[in-house]
Design a protein around this ligand. Structure first.
Ligand SMILES: [Zn+2]
Ligand SMILES: [Zn+2]
Length: 251
């Protein structure tokens, strides 16, 4: 498997770095994971919308799902007039929240079901998504948020989405080839326990025995070099990198 980083900015996008989004390649399959603000443009650098197979979204916060709305416009208004639908795996909240942006006056012009085949997922769900076996657990975050473990051919990717520390992510990520872990905070800037710090991400990676840790969802105003240092101090022997937009990881 290969994972392209479309964006890794936490909360809001910045120049050169959209919000959360990744493109998972497994043989011929192209699966877009999280459609954060700005990732719609970035995903098209790797795959045409026609060729995109499906989308997996972790939760209903805009920095993870807002570009489903722009994807919907592209799919619904193809110039040949033939709408193309894509399968979408997401918590039900995503499906419930986004139509409020589309149709505030009940005009019924744009409907989610015109662009997406919805497959609701929840804590404990398992799904075979284009040959990739996916498992989901609920994270510690204010809305229904699902971390993802994606496995194929003996390789495993674990993506935490947004989460605080009060969940067994070390168990969920056990032995993963790539651990894409959110690292919103730093030691000197710890917010509410609905996100992790870089040090907490490093500690999880060490306890999970993952092969590689990539930090994502860094708060845009913080120095990423400090996040790297703090994560490495806790990660033991696990190599730690930043999930930089435009880079890719082989798993
Ligand atoms: Zn977020
Ligand atoms: Zn969130």
């Amino acid at each position: 498997m290969r994972v392209h980083v479309l964006g890794s900015s936490g909360g809001y996008p910045v120049p050169g770095n959209p919000c959360s989004g990744f493109l998972l390649e497994k043989e011929a399959a192209r699966i877009w994971i999280d459609a954060g603000t700005g990732t719609m443009a970035a995903v098209q650098e790797h795959v045409s919308l026609e060729r995109l197979d499906g989308i997996v979204v972790s939760h209903a916060h805009a920095d993870h799902c807002a570009d489903l709305l722009t994807l919907l416009v592209a799919l619904r208004f193809q110039l040949d007039g033939i709408p193309r639908r894509k399968p979408l795996w997401a918590p039900r909240e995503v499906w419930d929240v986004l139509p409020r942006f589309l149709d505030p006056r009940g005009a019924g012009i744009l409907k989610m079901e015109e662009a997406f085949d919805f497959h609701p997922v929840e804590a404990g769900s398992e799904a075979d998504i284009f040959g990739v076996h996916c498992r989901f657990i609920r994270t510690a975050h204010p809305v229904e948020t699902l971390a993802l473990r994606a496995e194929a051919g003996g390789a495993a990717l674990v993506y935490t989405a947004d989460t605080g520390p009060a969940v067994d992510l070390a168990g969920f990520a056990q032995g993963a080839g790539l651990f894409l872990c959110e690292a919103t905070y730093q030691d000197a800037l710890m917010g509410a326990p609905v996100h992790l710090s870089a040090r907490q991400a490093g500690d999880l990676a060490r306890r999970a025995g993952v092969r590689r840790l990539a930090l994502t969802h860094l708060w845009p105003t913080l120095d990423p070099e400090v996040s790297l240092r703090e994560a490495r101090a806790a990660a033991g022997d696990v190599p730690v990198e930043l999930a930089r937009a435009g880079t890719a990881f082989e798993i």
